[in-house]
Every structure is written in structure tokens, then in C-alpha cells.
Design a protein. Structure first.
Length: 153
């Protein structure tokens, strides 16, 4: 019996046609698909920074001198995980740590390079947000934000 060769394009179509079972009805699954779509567009828009790193820069910019502990609490991350992210931002010259008044804590500040990168990132994010929001009416966007707030608690 001869073996039939199936082109890659047909293999991809066959994979897409798999029965998804209960997945389409699962809220977490659908949220994850939406998050992946948003993150793909974000990554294409804001080169070199993840949404999490941009979030840290935004917090530090809005709260100059914030301590690492307070920042970890605000973003709901373990302090030990926060250190690696902050080390990375510092090694890129985007933030600086300054010893606090009590000498036991470090405050965080954006550097000039950090402020410049954040400004460029925020412009790119604004374009990204407009692209994502263009799929929704203004009322749908408000409703989605309200529903996401309810889920987040």
C-alpha cells in the first residue's frame, strides 16, 4: 500500500478542525486565548519590553522612590521574584536604586533612559490599545472592562 504525502498546509487545517470538547465553554480558556492575542500584538508593538516590565516602569514613574517591597505588593508578586525583574531593568540602565533614609530599604527611580524608553513605550502601547479596542464598540469596551474588574475581584 502506498503512503500518501500530506502537505503541511493541510496538516495545519486538520489540526484546527480538532473537536475542542469543553474548552470553548471554559471562561479561563477563552480569557487565555484573548490574552495571547493581546500579548502577541503588544510584543510586536513594544519591542524589548514585556507587559510586566512596562507595568513596573509605570509604577516607578508614578511613585518615585517606591520601595521594592511596596512595589512587589502593588503588583502582587513575591519580593524574591521582583528582585530579578528589577535587576534586569537596572542592568539596562532604566531604573536606579537609592538607599532610603533608614538605610534598610532602597527606593526606586527611573533614570533618564528609563523615562525616555517609557515615553516611547507608552506611545506604542496607545497605538496597540487602539488596535485592540477597534474590535469593540465604546459600550462593549466599557462593559468588558467592568466584567474583567468583577472577575479580578
Amino acid at each position: 500500500m502506498s503512503q500518501q504525502i500530506v502537505p503541511d498546509s493541510l496538516k495545519r487545517i486538520e489540526r484546527r478542525r480538532l473537536d475542542q470538547g469543553a474548552l470553548p465553554g471554559l471562561l479561563g480558556y477563552r480569557l487565555r486565548l484573548a490574552q495571547q492575542a493581546v500579548f502577541r500584538d503588544f510584543a510586536a508593538s513594544v519591542h524589548g519590553l514585556s507587559p510586566g516590565r512596562v507595568g513596573l516602569l509605570i509604577y516607578i514613574d508614578a511613585n518615585p522612590g517606591v520601595t521594592q517591597s511596596r512595589l512587589a505588593e502593588a503588583v502582587e508578586r513575591d519580593r524574591s521574584t521582583m528582585v530579578g525583574a528589577l535587576d534586569q531593568l537596572q542592568s539596562r540602565g532604566l531604573i536606579e536604586r537609592r538607599r532610603g533614609d533608614d538605610r534598610r530599604t532602597n527606593g526606586l527611580w527611573l533614570t533618564r533612559a528609563g523615562r525616555g524608553l517609557l515615553a516611547r513605550a507608552l506611545r506604542a502601547i496607545a497605538r496597540h490599545e487602539r488596535r485592540i479596542a477597534a474590535r469593540l464598540s465604546a459600550a462593549q469596551k466599557r462593559q468588558l472592562l467592568a466584567l474583567l474588574d468583577r472577575i479580578a475581584g
